[in-house]
Design a protein around this ligand. Structure first.
Ligand SMILES: *Cc1c(COP(=O)(O)O)cnc(C)c1O
Length: 307
């Protein structure tokens, strides 16, 4: 089995500018983790590579041959676990929220082609998926396995996501004034906050509706975490998780035309829109550098283009 801890090449950082960034005198950078794709396809890229790295190593070290995880039917995390499992030689089991639909959507179809076994849980049971009664019945049904939580967020995931920080320092010589990333579970942001140890300012743009993300990230960091150099914006959800209105579609199109970078529809579209809006509103002092992390997620387009 290949070593999950083997070093991957650093994802590049590119500088982008526009009338807006010139006028506001902001140096805008993009960390291209969307190009961090060990399997050379879009199923397992970006922050899912960083978040899975130490989990895969732990699964291997503990002698597991099966990975089991949870997700919605279009989940980037499900896609990533299926592909990473195939790459490293683990069997994979995907526990999918809701009822089975045929034909499978493109994400699940690809996951099955990558060797994942799918199992559906109705929404009520799915909500209780981390309770012993459910985890035990999954063990009875599928045998021994390494369990990765929904969205892949656990302490080992934070450790992997945190590695983006020394990588950026290595590439730029120091950290930019601001680092911005999209939030689903908040695991990637929390890992970056931890790794920054109080330096720089971190910004999360939540893809979900509601203002609970700050609490989630606080919880991931732990009660006694001493640094408060981070903030989450919850006004850029565009209607909620997986909502993709025409205005956002147009933004993605013009962003790609101008900067030649394709954003994903669920997370980084909202992130880039949010950061540009914050720049327009004068949130960052003139002369600041702002780095946004393109966390990948391009496999999500297959589902968006469906139907
Ligand atoms: C999963 C995902 C996220 C969310 O990451 P969290 O660690 O759950 O906050 C962000 N961007 C992309 C592209 C993703 O696939």
């Amino acid at each position: 089995m290949a070593d999950p801890l083997a070093h991957h090449p650093m994802s590049p950082i590119t500088s982008i500018s526009s009338e807006l960034t010139e006028k506001a005198q902001i140096g805008l950078l993009v960390k291209r983790d969307d190009l961090l794709c060990p399997g050379n396809d879009q199923e397992w890229c970006g922050n899912k590579v960083r978040k899975l790295k130490y989990n895969l190593a732990a699964a291997k070290a503990q002698g597991h041959t099966q990975l089991l995880t949870f997700g919605g039917a279009y989940s980037n995390h499900i896609a990533a676990v299926a592909r990473a499992g195939q790459y490293y030689g683990f069997e994979t089991i995907g526990i999918i929220r809701g009822e089975a639909h045929t034909p499978l959507n493109p994400t699940l179809q690809q996951a099955v082609e990558n060797g994942m076994r799918l199992h559906y849980l109705n929404r009520a049971t799915y909500r209780r998926k981390h309770l012993p009664e459910v985890t035990q019945s999954l063990r009875d049904q599928f045998g021994d396995h390494y369990l990765i939580p929904e969205g892949g967020t656990n302490d080992l995931a934070l450790r992997g996501a945190g590695e983006i920080i020394p990588e950026v320092i290595n590439q730029l010589g120091s950290l930019p004034d601001y680092l911005a990333v999209a939030c689903g579970t908040g695991g990637t942001l929390a890992g970056m906050i931890r790794a920054c140890e109080g330096s720089s300012q971190l910004i999360g743009i939540s893809s979900l509706k509601g203002s609970f993300m700050t609490k989630e990230v606080q919880q991931l960091l732990g009660r006694n975490f001493p640094h408060h150099n981070w903030q989450i914006y919850s006004d850029y959800h565009f209607g909620g998780y997986a909502k993709f209105p025409e205005s956002l579609r147009q933004f993605v199109q013009s962003f790609e035309q101008e900067h030649h970078i394709l954003l994903d529809p669920i997370y980084t579209a909202k992130l880039a829109f949010g950061v540009l809006d914050l720049i327009a509103k004068g949130t960052f002092p003139r002369g600041s550098s702002v780095l946004i992390v393109h966390t990948g997620g391009l496999q999500g387009w297959k589902g968006m283009m469906e139907g």
